[in-house]
Ligand binder design. Structure first.
Ligand SMILES: [Zn+2]
Length: 264
C-alpha cells in the first residue's frame, strides 16, 4: 500500500496480489510483486488523469478537505463492478437520517451521525479499458469515469452527507446513485464523452426522456443542463447544500457544456 502521488489521503493498495494462503504477504513471488506494482501504477495514473480535470480535481479536493482517507483496492471478483464501502455506515450518513434502511426508522444502528468516515473502493482498471472484459455499453464506463463515480460516493461518506433515502426518480436505485451519475456526467461532458442515462446499465441518455408532471407524461430534453436542473431541483439543491465549496467551484465552470451546477 502506498499513498497516491498527488493526494496524501488517497491510498492505492494492491497487496491482494501478493497475499498467498491465509493472506500472508511475507514471501511474494517476483511475478506477484510485479502484478501489484502494475495495478497500483495504473490506478495512480488514473488519479493523475482525473486530477487534471475540474470535476475530478473538485471531488478529490472535497475528499481531502474532509480529513478522511480513501483506500483503493483491487476488485476481488471477475464481475464488472466497482463498489465503495464506508468504514462506518452511521458516520457516512447525514445526521438524523437513515444510515442504511429506508424502510426502517432512523434510530439505533440505523441513525446517521454526520461525522463523516473513511472509505474503501474495490476497482480494477484493467476490466474497463478499451476492448476490456467490461467495456460494453454506451456511456460512463471508461476506467476514469468508473473510478470517479465511486469517488463521488466516497466524497459524500467523508462529509457525513449520505442521504440514500432522498426522493429519486426510477432508474437510479437510490439518491446516492443519482448524485454519482450526475457528477460523473459533468465530467464526461468536460471530456467530450457521452452522457449516461441512469444507473441501470451504461445506456446513453436518450434525446428525450419521459417524465411525469402533474400526472401527465411529458417528453423532456435532459441534454439541456438547465432543463435537467429544473426537473431535479430538490435533488440538485441537496447536493449543493451538502458540498458548498465543491458545488460553487463546479458552478463557476460555465464552459463545461452539460453542467447543471451552473443553474442551481
Ligand atoms: Zn454507484
Amino acid at each position: 500500500m502506498r499513498p497516491s502521488k498527488l493526494w496524501p489521503r488517497i491510498f492505492v493498495d494492491g497487496d491482494l496480489f501478493i497475499e498467498g494462503f491465509l493472506g500472508l504477504t511475507w514471501c511474494p513471488s517476483a511475478e506477484a510483486k510485479a502484478a501489484r506494482d502494475k495495478w497500483e501504477n495504473s490506478v495512480d495514473n488514473l488519479i493523475g488523469v482525473l486530477t487534471k480535470k475540474h470535476v475530478g480535481w473538485a471531488v478529490m479536493k472535497a475528499l481531502h478537505d474532509s480529513g478522511h482517507t480513501l483506500t483503493i483496492v483491487p476488485n476481488p471478483s471477475k464481475d464488472c463492478n466497482a463498489t465503495t464501502y464506508p468504514e462506518s455506515a452511521q458516520d457516512a450518513a447525514k445526521k438524523g437520517k437513515e444510515a442504511e434502511h429506508c424502510s426502517k426508522e432512523a434510530k439505533g444502528s440505523n441513525l446517521g451521525t454526520g461525522k463523516g468516515t473513511s472509505s474503501k473502493i474495490t476497482f480494477s482498471p484493467g476490466q474497463w479499458v478499451k476492448n476490456g472484459q467490461c467495456a460494453v455499453g454506451a456511456a460512463g464506463r471508461d476506467g476514469d469515469e468508473i473510478l470517479l463515480h465511486e469517488m463521488c460516493h466516497a466524497m459524500r461518506y467523508a462529509a457525513g452527507m449520505r442521504t440514500s433515502c432522498f426522493e429519486t426518480p426510477v432508474g437510479f436505485g437510490d439518491y446516492e446513485e443519482l448524485v454519482a451519475v450526475t457528477i460523473t456526467n459533468v465530467f464526461s461532458s468536460e471530456t467530450n464523452r457521452t452522457l449516461r442515462r441512469d444507473h441501470e446499465g451504461f445506456a446513453a441518455l436518450p434525446a428525450t426522456t419521459g417524465l411525469f408532471s402533474k400526472g401527465k407524461k411529458v417528453q423532456v430534453n435532459l441534454h439541456d443542463p438547465q432543463t435537467f436542473c429544473n426537473w431535479f431541483r430538490p435533488q440538485m439543491e441537496n447536493i449543493a447544500k451538502s458540498h458548498r465549496a465543491f458545488s460553487s467551484y463546479l458552478a463557476s465552470k460555465k464552459f463545461i457544456r452539460w453542467n447543471p451546477f451552473a443553474y442551481v
